[in-house]
Design a binder for this molecule. Structure first.
Ligand code: NAP
Ligand code: ZN
Length: 347
């Protein structure tokens, strides 16, 4: 076993504290990575607080990992010691079902292994995430990082980036389309940058008025306060796609009303509580309401290459690991511009 250190929650709602644990010895296709940076996703907070149910403790969160390869197993061919690589929300899947063959490992029919708060494919061994100095991961789930991007800003691409890239691609966002992004946080700000790079006209809906200037700097054409009834009325039937990244329960209906006929609203935000949905919000205009979970590994690599080509990274505030509990509190107050990233050399 390979000893390492990280930050863990020992029970639901506990503060994160320094934690020593072990990574497995390298299997034939494994890669040992020294973690340089790990982003702080709102999903980490939902899980540490057991808001989705079924959380396992101790829990080392973190699924936006960038690091350097230290060693590889004898059959690993994709990565070499010294390479800068990434690990996102998944570390394994069955590799033998229709979804895995179609490169959508996130929908693996026998459940993928998430990076933490999950189990390895033996369905027993708990997985632990990236608020740590090292991780051992099967090379299929290890991504190559474009060499031209600052690494702290790359880390959030591994979850926030692919979670927004995947639905933008799946629903074929292209030049001139009208896209609304709801919530300007970690996911939301990536959605704005990516949709703009795909040529869309982007409108941000936010509850935080002082994010307007940032939204425009990121490329958004319009910024509307989510509860501004005039702003909503002016856009009824307007959007091709609404991407909802909000982390808390909220009213979906105004956004459905702003879709054009046959338009699509995609939920990527994952609030623990449900929102009411009157049938007429969908019936009138044949609207589509759907959701999307992260993205497959091939698609994650495509997203990283797209970001390399377009010079896209997250706006980050780099913190030492001992500021993690404060970062959670600030994220909950929407006081983050726009992603906290842990400098893992401080662990
Ligand atoms: P975040 O950085 O905290 O951003 C969430 C944003 O939602 C906030 O910045 C805020 O934006 C808005 N918001 C927060 N509370 C609100 C409320 N009560 N009412 C209305 N708006 C509110 O979180 P994140 O890391 O981007 O994650 C967002 C959500 O996506 C989380 O639920 C997370 O678990 C989920 N997620 C899903 C996937 C997936 O695969 N589907 C992957 C990753 C994360 P404004 O200040 O602009 O209003
Ligand atoms: Zn995430």
């Amino acid at each position: 076993m390979i000893p390492t250190q990280g930050y863990a929650a020992l029970s639901p709602n506990a503060m994160l504290t320094p934690y020593s644990f072990e990574r497995r010895e390298l299997g034939p296709e494994d890669v040992l990575i020294e973690i340089l940076y790990c982003g702080v996703c709102h999903s980490d907070i939902h899980q540490v607080r057991d808001e989705w149910g079924g959380a396992q403790f101790p829990m080392v969160p973190g699924h936006e990992i960038v690091g350097r390869v230290v060693r590889t197993g004898p059959e690993a061919k994709k990565h070499n010691p010294g390479d800068i690589v990434g690990v996102g929300c998944m570390v394994d899947s069955c590799q033998n079902c229709e979804m895995c063959y179609r490169r959508m490992e996130q929908y693996c029919e026998s459940s993928c292994s998430f990076t933490y708060n999950s189990t390895e494919q033996d369905k027993k061994t708990p997985t632990q995430g990236g608020y740590a100095k090292h991780i051992v991961t099967k090379e299929h789930f290890v991504l190559k990082i474009p060499s031209n991007l600052p690494l702290s800003g790359v880390a959030p691409l591994l979850c926030a980036g692919v979670t927004t890239y995947s639905p933008l691609r799946h629903w074929n966002v292209r030049f001139g389309q009208k896209v609304a992004v709801v919530g300007l946080g970690g996911l939301g700000h990536m959605a704005v940058k990516l949709a703009c790079a795909m040529g869309a006209e982007v409108t941000v809906f936010s509850n935080t008025a002082n994010k307007a200037e940032d939204a425009r700097r990121m490329g958004a054409r319009h910024f509307v306060i989510s509860k501004d009834e005039d702003g909503i009325r002016a856009r009824l039937g307007y959007f091709d796609l609404v991407l909802d990244t909000v982390s808390a329960q909220h009213d979906l209906n105004p956004f459905l009303e702003m879709l054009r006929v046959d338009g699509t609203m995609v939920l990527v935000g994952a609030p623990p509580n449900s929102s009411p949905l009157p049938a007429f919000s969908l019936i009138n205009g044949r609207k589509n309401l759907t959701g999307s979970l992260i993205g497959g590994i091939t698609e994650t690599q495509e997203m990283l290459d797209f970001c390399g080509k377009h010079g896209i990274t997250a706006d980050v505030e780099v913190i030492p690991a001992n500021k993690i509990n404060e970062a959670y509190e600030r994220t909950l107050r929407s006081d983050v511009r726009y992603r906290f990233v842990i400098d893992c050399s401080t662990i």
